[in-house]
Write a protein that binds this ligand. Structure first.
Ligand code: C2E
Ligand code: CA
Ligand code: CA
Length: 565
């Protein structure tokens, strides 16, 4: 889970500067201050958590491409190398003070006034990363009304501040991996990060669904920066770099650390499941192939076979296993309580599909729902989950009141009259009331198909929620015609609403709109009490999110209802 991965990375960061300081005390001597027979020392400064370029491994040792290259340079110059890795801002200041001799960094105009640079060691660029359903962006100038997470004092931070676009909220964090984790939690729309770092963080922090959404941006030379006045050392390093290039050493290190087929899990994070790897690999290939798929799927939407399949080539074995699992009815689900914000009462639960894969472990819906859509067995999956959700709901205590179970469906499902028949049949056995969640984008894409199914569903007491509301493009005419029972505000507006005036304005307007249309308004992705209180005061009816309840097993949900009843 993204939150857990982030917790670990923060915990790691808390002790890294301390460890770095201890290491620095025990190993560093200035390049110029070596006495006797001891070799002079080349002192390297940098970030403690910047894999695969430079970082401290779990044992507290410096490692990575920049570190290996610096060792090779020091060796070539007849020096020892010492590494001081800690906070990134401190590394830059330490370089100016002369505490270290060199810090690898992106070239920038502003930095060229502070430091002298060696010849480039690499050519690197940044990219905008976000959820795969977030619109792609061609350039930084095209950003509008979005929250972008960047590392404080990093090149991306410098560039966005210089650009100074109204409507672009910069969220500055200590660490680049943390910018991607924030996006995964819905707290920012994009992370602007060096491309290699971005892919590394997605893999090591296990952030499925986060992908690159821009062509290469901020293409820059990656160089060693040295303090002004240190031009002689810079010239010696340049000579060394020339030797290392000539002898193929630099290239070998590049392939080992960055350009190889499968970067090793050096940062100690959990290894992603192979399913995640193929999705990431395929998306990376798509990106290199010119962003063709991404420019088709600009809206935040639940993938559906009817809209053309994303060009991912899933593992055939996994596809066969999913088909079997759906046919055998062994796909599981979690329930996340939906709460009446005013009374605090549980009024229902959203059913979230779960696949506990025998080899790969638990897989999130993003890893298999799109696959079920591509294989054309999503309808079968939906029906299975509707049946299981209703069946489970028949065990809920009467004292809990009449609750509803909310199930995610695609517009395609609703267009399938045989499936609608089967859903109505499943409801005839009694149990909780059923609500179907369809994303805003799908409703708007297929308004006719949804409108045809609606009267039949309504006649049987089944309600419709427009999911991810605000993330797509609604036509008010279609919305009025649909007459939804619930508008569910997309979590990208909820996560950081206390920090964003525009998010608060959008949420307030949605609450009014929903009520005008006679719908209840739900907010998902509520991660703290203050956000819940604000939403309640703003008139939002229903809340869902980690601050209220995390998704839980059906047994735990039952226990919760009994405890409340
Ligand atoms: P969704 O419909 O927007 O579902 C809510 C997602 O937000 C769930 O992720 C839930 O675990 C997560 N969530 C809940 N509270 C919070 C919070 O406070 N903060 C954050 N950051 N996230 C929160 P999950 O279970 O991974 O589901 C992801 C998506 O997969 C769903 O998004 C839905 O689009 C799709 N999905 C899940 N189950 C099904 C299903 O049975 N059928 C279909 N067609 N799609 C499904
Ligand atoms: Ca949903
Ligand atoms: Ca949603």
């Amino acid at each position: 889970m993204a939150g857990d991965a982030t917790g670990t990375s923060w915990a790691r960061r808390a002790w890294l500067p301390l460890l770095a300081a201890v290491l620095a005390l025990s190993t560093a001597q200035p390049a110029s201050a070596a006495g006797g027979d001891a070799r002079p020392t080349l002192r390297f400064g940098g970030d403690a958590d910047y894999p695969p370029y430079h970082f401290l491994d779990d044992a507290g040792h410096a490692d990575g491409f920049d570190v290996a290259l610096t060792r090779a340079i020091a060796d070539d110059l007849g020096m020892d190398a010492a590494f001081e890795l800690g906070d990134w801002g401190d590394a830059l200041e330490g370089l100016e003070r002369g505490d270290v001799d060199l810090v690898p960094m992106f070239w920038s105009e502003a930095r060229s006034r502070r430091f002298v640079f060696t010849e480039p060691i690499l050519l690197r660029h940044h990219g905008l990363f976000g959820h795969y359903e977030t619109p792609t962006v061609e350039s930084l100038e095209a950003l509008a009304n979005v929250r972008v997470a960047v590392q404080e004092s990093g090149l991306a931070w410098e560039a966005l501040r210089e650009l100074d676009r109204p409507g672009v909220t910069i969220i500055a964090l200590d660490n680049e991996a943390e910018t991607l984790a924030l996006v995964a939690r819905g707290g920012a729309d994009y992370a602007l990060a060096p491309t290699g770092i971005g892919y590394h963080a997605i893999q090591n922090s296990h952030l499925p669904g986060i992908v690159a959404l821009s062509p290469p941006l901020l293409e820059r030379k990656y160089v060693f920066g040295l303090a002004r006045g240190n031009e002689r050392l810079a010239a010696r390093i340049n000579d060394s770099l020339e030797h290392l290039r000539r002898d193929g050493v630099q290239n070998r290190l590049y392939v080992e650390w960055i350009g190889g087929p499968a970067p090793p899990d050096r940062a100690g994070g959990p290894r992603p499941a192979p399913a995640t790897l193929w999705i990431l690999g395929a998306l990376a290939a798509v990106l290199l192939g010119g962003l063709t798929w991404l420019s088709r799927g600009r809206d935040r939407t639940r993938p559906a076979a009817a809209r053309g399949s994303p060009p991912i080539v899933p593992d055939p074995q996994l596809m066969a296993e999913l088909r079997e699992s759906i046919a055998a009815g062994s796909l599981g689900f979690a329930l996340q309580p939906k709460v009446d914000l005013r009374s605090g009462r549980v009024i229902g639960a959203e059913l979230l599909a779960r696949w506990d894969h025998p080899r790969l472990g638990p897989l999130a819906p993003d890893a298999f729902v799109p696959m079920a859509e591509r294989m054309g067995c999503i309808g079968e999956m939906t029906l299975h989950l509707v049946r299981r959700g209703l069946e489970h709901g028949r065990d809920w205590p009467v004292a809990a009141g009449r609750l509803h179970v909310s199930i995610n469906v695609s517009a395609n499902d609703l267009a399938d009259s045989a499936l609608v028949d089967a859903i109505l049949e499943a409801c005839s056995g009694g149990g909780p009331s059923l609500m179907l969640e369809v994303t805003e984008t799908e409703v708007m894409r297929e308004p006719e198909r949804v409108a045809v199914a609606l009267p039949r569903l309504r006649a049987h007491g089944i309600r419709i929620s427009v999911d991810d509301f605000g993330a797509g493009h609604s036509s008010l005419v279609n919305l009025r015609r649909l007459g939804p029972d619930e508008l569910k505000i997309d979590r990208s507006f909820v996560g950081a609403l206390l920090a964003s005036h525009s998010d608060r304005a959008i949420v307030r307007a949605t609450i009014h709109l929903g009520h005008e249309l006679g719908a209840k308004v739900a907010a998902e992705g509520i991660e703290d009490e203050a956000t819940r209180d604000w939403l309640m005061r703003a008139g939002c009816d229903i809340g869902q999110g980690y601050a209220l309840h995390r998704p839980m097993s059906p047994a735990d949900f039952l226990a919760l209802l009994h405890a409340r009843a």
